[in-house]
Design a protein around this ligand. Structure first.
Ligand SMILES: CC(C)(COP(=O)(O)OP(=O)(O)OC[C@H]1O[C@@H](n2cnc3c(N)ncnc32)[C@H](O)[C@@H]1OP(=O)(O)O)[C@@H](O)C(=O)NCCC(=O)NCCS
Ligand SMILES: [Zn+2]
Length: 200
């Protein structure tokens, strides 16, 4: 059931009556929101997005066109999910058993994914099952994320590796060759980094 009439759902979207959608959220063309999915307030769910059953999405989350969030995914507040991102859930996928029978929902284990507050997942990235992307981390476009990503970390590539940090404003923060030792105010917004350090 939707919580309020301020929810905007495009007529071509397919939103399960068992899904819960928070106030101020917009759901665009052909998006599919499955049964018992819970989407918070003031979110934007783009064209052709797939949100699987029981997926939890926080408040003020942006999910861009064609992203897929499979069963077992949790997305916290303020997260950005880029276009064509795939948040997976089956680490060792098989369509059939060794005997050739079609597998069912009971034949495999869900590998949960959590994307923490403020984090961004760049366009067309894939996150493999069991991974947590930390608070305000930034995953570069086209990455394959195979390991947990630390808070504020900036990672790129396949497999995704840290190349520095990211400020909550989005600015990459890097001054050593390995990107690990940035300290001081963000050149873009002036916030201190690490966040609990005083600005220098
Ligand atoms: C990662 C990102 C934030 C750039 O960070 P940056 O610190 O400005 O990085 P730079 O452009 O200085 O590149 C640093 C290095 O990382 C590499 N790099 C940058 N982005 C990369 C990516 N997505 N994948 C792989 N390598 C990448 C660069 O080639 C460069 O390598 P080099 O040092 O060997 O030359 C940016 O490239 C990115 O991917 N942003 C996400 C865009 C996106 O998906 N938006 C979604 C909405 S459309
Ligand atoms: Zn900043």
């Amino acid at each position: 059931m939707n919580e309020a009439s301020s929810v905007r759902i495009h007529p071509t979207a397919d939103v399960s009556p068992e899904a819960v959608i928070g106030t101020g959220t917009s759901i665009w063309n052909q998006a599919q929101i499955r049964e018992r999915a819970r989407i918070g307030s003031d979110c934007v769910i783009g064209k052709n997005v797939y949100v699987d059953f029981d997926v939890v999405v926080g408040n003020r989350v942006k999910i861009q066109n064609n992203a897929s969030l499979f069963h077992g995914v949790t997305v916290e507040d303020g997260v950005f999910i880029g276009p064509h991102v795939c948040l997976t859930n089956d680490r060792l996928p098989r369509a059939v058993t060794p005997e050739g029978d079609l597998k069912t929902d009971d034949d495999w284990e869900v590998g949960p994914i959590r994307i923490r507050t403020g984090a961004s997942v760049g366009a067309a990235s894939v996150v493999v099952p069991g991974v947590t992307v930390g608070r305000w981390a930034l995953v570069g476009a086209g990455s394959v994320v195979t390991r947990d990503v630390a808070d504020y970390s900036l990672v790129v590539g396949n497999p995704a590796r840290p190349i520095g940090h990211a400020c909550p404003c989005g600015e990459p923060l890097r001054d050593a060759a390995d990107g690990s030792s940035f300290r001081g105010p963000c050149p873009n917004c002036g916030r201190p980094f690490p966040p609990d350090a005083e600005a220098e």
